[in-house]
Write a protein that binds this ligand. Structure first.
Ligand code: BES
Ligand code: MN
Ligand code: ZN
Length: 494
């Protein structure tokens, strides 16, 4: 079940709810909502601070049950850390911890005053949007491939009301739209590759288009792509029994003559490496290699939900990379849709091989005003930036600045890497126009440089989300990144 969210002009001491949520800083500093509760309860909160039960450490949680003097059954006191250093990232973290704590209580609804907490350089719209997205994120459960469970005996959290008036309504509306996009991306990416294959992704896109009047979907199959000359994409696809699809979604929210924004996402539904086979341990994580596809589809969902007044196309090459008697091989020379020939030196550098044809198709078919691609493209990007920042590459400083700003605004952050032509010689080949790998140095950048060869003349940026699209470990889930960044970037354009 997904959480329901609402806003209301509520008062902490008189609101009737199973649980009211307020924040306290370290060193006994109360937020104004906490101070009001403290007064109404004759000092119940201060008392727990004095006893050391409540320490105010960031993300800590304490429940007071049925304190006298309040209409609420419980108070959830959430630690905000030191007031001096309180910032946007801390606010987001605290909102998540508060929601997790609510989820552990036997209650169905709660009222939160965290949206009243002052966050430096952020307005109430941002606070509400961030609180709602954090709550939705924290309560996300992957259930698709478990045996259906019986209805739980204890009540489950189903709705949260946040303190806020009319001025915050836009934040709630945006958050609900974006949260659906994030969930769409996470659900798709979390599915195993025996379910989420290229045809499945295409089917999800078709069904989404069917639910929205302003959206159309067109899926190219391998025969159509053969006819058009997708020689690079089809080479990657050849080893798999699951035929490739090129999924094209079109949203007409702007004028008929407005050039569209274009999003392109890497949709490798499973990456074995192909003939350049990956090692066994950790290979299961390569089900997330369609994280870019999930991300751009999620951003598309968010944009459509917000009814943004712009035109948007979303192009997803969906392909499985498998070893087989018919697989492409190292030393093969492919002719891409652009006409450029590519020497395959490693079949595990397959993402760029499907993206180059998708990018060419997008540019030729839609003449977009800008293209942004998202891809779990390189392990090298994870080495460079870790799991916190996506890698951003673009030759267009203004576009890079827009995307970095959208990342900062949503805390779905990216960090720019250079895309200088100095790196291009690493892709030189003796047998084709370009090689598909550039050696061990600067692997994330040379992958970007490869894509740059296919986007000449386009206003284009590339997001390498190899580190950010999912959480590490056996139980690591898809994060839904970069849906918040992309959705914010599109919002900022209108
Ligand atoms: N999907 C992988 C990149 C990847 C690896 C993402 C680990 C997340 C975690 C991509 O297709 C790949 O295999 N890239 C190779 C490129 C190399 C052969 C030049 C890599 O990063 O090792
Ligand atoms: Mn690979
Ligand atoms: Zn891959």
């Amino acid at each position: 079940m997904t959480l329901q969210f609402s806003l209301g002009p509520v008062t902490p001491e008189t609101v009737e709810t199973p649980c009211v949520v307020v924040g306290v800083y370290e060193n006994g500093v109360l937020t104004s909502a906490a101070a009001r509760l403290n007064t109404a309860t004759d000092g119940a909160i201060k008392q727990q601070i004095d006893s050391g039960d409540i320490n105010g450490k960031a993300g800590s949680v304490n429940v007071l049950y049925a304190p006298a003097g309040l209409a609420a059954r419980r108070v959830l006191v959430v630690g905000l850390g030191a007031q001096k250093t309180f910032d946007a990232a801390r606010y987001q973290k605290v909102c998540m911890e508060a929601t997790r704590a609510l989820g552990r209580l036997p209650i169905e609804t709660a009222v939160s005053f965290l949206t009243e907490v002052d966050v430096p350089h952020r307005d109430v719209t941002w606070r509400v949007r961030t609180a709602v997205l954090a709550a939705d994120h924290a309560t996300y459960r992957y259930t698709a491939t478990f045996k259906p469970r019986e209805k739980p005996a204890t009540p489950e959290l189903g709705a949260i009301q946040f303190s806020g008036g009319e001025d915050a309504a836009a934040g709630l509306e945006q958050a609900v739209a974006i949260a659906e996009g994030v969930r769409f991306a996470r659900d798709l990416a979390n599915l195993p590759p025996n379910i989420c294959n290229p045809a499945y992704i295409a089917e999800q896109a078709i069904q989404f288009a069917g639910r929205h009047d302003a959206v159309t979907c067109n899926v190219l199959d391998h025969i159509e792509m053969e006819r058009l000359g997708f020689g690079s994409l089809l080479a990657v696809a050849r080893g798999s029994a699951n035929k490739p699809k090129l999924v094209v979604l079109n949203y007409q929210g702007g004028g008929t003559d407005d050039k569209p924004y274009a999003l392109v996402g890497k949709g490798i539904t499973f990456d074995t490496g192909g003939i350049s086979l990956k090692p066994g341990p950790g290979m299961e994580e390569m089900k997330f290699d369609m994280g870019g596809a999930a991300g751009v589809l999620g951003a598309f969902v968010a944009a459509v939900n917000m009814r943004l007044p712009l035109n948007l196309v979303c192009v997803v090459p969906a392909v499985e990379n498998m070893p087989d008697g018919d697989s492409y091989r190292p030393s093969d020379v492919l002719t891409s849709l652009s006409g450029l020939t590519i020497e395959v030196l490693n079949t595990d550098a397959e993402g760029r091989l499907i993206l180059c044809d998708a990018l060419t198709y997008t540019a030729q078919t839609f003449q977009p005003q800008v293209i942004v691609d998202a891809a779990t493209l390189t392990g090298a990007c994870v080495i460079a930036l870790g799991k916190h920042a996506s890698g951003l590459m673009s030759k267009h400083d203004d576009l890079a600045a827009e995307l970095l700003a959208a990342g900062e605004a949503t805390l779905d952050r990216a960090w720019r890497l250079p895309l200088w032509d100095d790196y291009q010689t690493q892709l030189d080949s003796g047998f084709a126009d370009v090689a598909n790998i550039g050696g061990k140095n600067a692997g994330a950048i040379t992958a970007g440089c490869f894509l740059a060869r296919f986007t000449e003349g386009q206003r284009w940026a590339h997001l390498d989300i190899a580190g950010t699209a999912w959480d590490e470990g056996r139980k690591g889930l898809a994060t839904g990144r970069p849906v918040p960044l992309l959705a914010q970037w599109l919002m900022d354009r209108v």
